[in-house]
Design a protein around this ligand. Structure first.
Ligand code: AHR
Length: 495
């Protein structure tokens, strides 16, 4: 590798280290909120979970969905708890008690030092509901909805700045699925009105639910044709898995993610050209993760339970490597991907797990996410990489070395994130960093494991944890380090 201060991709928007809490499964109930739990405070917020969330330094958290939002009446979740209705929740076939809602979430997010990315329901509802919700959340007072918020005990406005215009509206599984034209029109009108209520907000239009959707590309183009001047971001979602147990192909999946991002940038810029607009649309990768372990068991779950254990993937070591590669892919596009949300945060396809009434612990994927969030702030540099490559079932010329470099000028730190995809061999990294005179290696964090399927659990929470390696050498501007076979590496240098 060769890293130069002047080879810049772009400034990293810290919001790429966002996450997501959906009103689904045990994310809220038994996850972040469990009155009566031994660590819960007077609001019912689990302090053990808060402590872990804070370790991730998540700057923004999306809420309340996901698929959930497309059938949600936000009014059900505010005001006196005993008066809130129980409803059939059709997205996940459960019963929603509504004992937790918008105000509780805003309060919780504030306590974990995160901003809120709120989604409005464009499935069963539309402009009217969205304008009321934003008036409730952001207007200071003196109107029906803002005074209602005050009467609920929230004197100051929540000032929520990021808003999603619906969720995955192209998907047949979505409550109120729409064609691109139908969605584009309602998203445009909703955006217009929401910005009239609060011009300081930023809006995210729904892109395709994933790259393999039959309408991918055309969907983005049509939606942006309708909304271009009214929205700020277009969303991307993707989940990967290894159901065929093919590690070399699984680790190469981020080649798909990279191409996905490039295609959405190209489409957004095509619409910009057509419109002759000065404005650039940025990307919000607001759902990304590994998700496949729980799919089969979830199909067998009986409907209409309250907070069942849905989407509870137990992540293994190889999943952590894929999450590491996904983080690196986001960094490689730091100039256009300005927000991203690891989906999700607690219990539901999550880095943090809990037992209802019991302890909490970190899944394997917790670690690469935490490292990137802590050390991946500053400027993304474009490293020149010469790596041996391999072919897998679906991909050709996959580099064994997947890497990104981040320069934090203020702290005078340089961090190299690297995954060695090679199953059998250590990769000796040689990296030219002559530009960084006076920098010393302070740490080489490694996540490695002999067993690709090793997991952390309530009983054994420390099966897969990072450790420090001592192989980094720095000689006359040339750094060398050993990257163990199939490993996640964080090499930190400081002046
Ligand atoms: O994150 C789980 C689900 O995945 C979300 O509700 C939905 O948006 C996506 O399909």
């Amino acid at each position: 590798m060769k890293i130069d201060k002047d080879f810049k991709i772009g400034d990293i928007d810290n919001r790429i280290y966002g996450s997501f809490i959906e009103q689904l499964g045990r994310a809220v109930y038994g996850g972040i909120y469990e009155p009566g739990h031994e660590t819960a405070d007077e609001k019912g917020f689990r302090q053990d979970v808060m402590k872990l969330v804070k370790q991730l330094k998540v700057p923004v958290i999306r809420y309340p969905g996901g698929n959930f939002v497309s059938g949600y009446n936000w009014e059900d979740g505010v005001g006196p708890v005993e008066q809130r209705p129980r409803r059939l929740e059709l997205a996940w076939k459960t019963i929603e008690t509504n004992s937790f809602g918008t105000n509780e979430f805003v309060q919780w997010a504030r306590e974990v030092n995160a901003d809120v990315m709120m989604a409005v329901n464009l499935g069963t509802r539309g402009v009217d509901e969205a304008r009321n919700l934003i008036e409730y959340c952001n207007h200071p007072g003196g109107t029906y909805w803002s005074d209602l918020r005050k009467s609920h005990g929230y004197k100051d406005p929540h000032n929520i700045k990021m808003w999603c215009l619906g969720n995955e509206m192209d998907g047949p599984w979505q409550i109120g699925q729409k064609t691109a034209d139908e969605y584009g029109r309602i998203a445009c009108e909703t955006a217009k009105v929401m910005k009239w209520v609060d011009p300081s907000i930023e809006l995210i239009a729904c892109g395709s639910s994933f790259r393999a959707m039959p309408t991918f590309g055309q969907w983005e183009a049509t939606v942006l044709e309708h909304t271009y001047e009214h929205v700020d971001y277009i969303s991307l979602h993707t989940y990967y898995g290894n159901p065929q147990n093919d590690i070399s192909n699984y680790l190469a999946r981020t080649m798909d993610m990279d191409q996905f991002i490039r295609s959405v940038i190209a489409t957004a810029d095509y619409v910009q050209t057509k419109k002759g607009s000065k404005k650039k649309i940025h990307l919000s990768f607001d759902e990304w993760n590994v998700w496949y372990h729980s799919l089969e068991s979830d199909k067998k779950m009986s409907p209409w339970q309250i907070a069942p254990a849905q989407l509870e993937d137990t992540y293994n070591f190889e999943d952590a490597l894929v999450v590491g590669c996904m983080l690196i892919t986001l960094l490689k596009h730091a100039d256009r991907v300005k927000m991203a949300c690891l989906a999700q945060l607690v219990n539901v396809i999550a880095p943090i797990m809990t037992t209802t009434g019991g302890p909490s612990w970190c899944q394997t994927i917790f670690y690469p996410f935490m490292h990137a969030s802590l050390y991946g702030r500053g400027t993304a540099l474009l490293p020149l990489v010469w790596s041996p490559v391999y072919d897998s079932k679906d991909f050709t010329d996959v580099p064994y070395l997947e890497s990104a470099a981040v320069y934090n000028e203020e702290l005078e730190e340089l961090t190299i994130f690297a995954v060695n995809r090679d199953e059998k061999r250590t990769l000796v990294l040689e990296c030219e960093i002559r530009e960084f005179a006076g920098y010393k290696a302070i740490e080489h964090i490694v996540l490695e494991n002999e067993d690709l399927k090793a997991v952390n659990s309530q009983d054994k929470p420390d099966q897969v944890v990072p450790h420090n390696n001592r192989t980094v050498q720095l000689d006359n501007g040339l750094l060398t380090a050993e990257l163990p076979k199939v490993s996640w590496n964080v090499i930190r240098l400081k002046k």
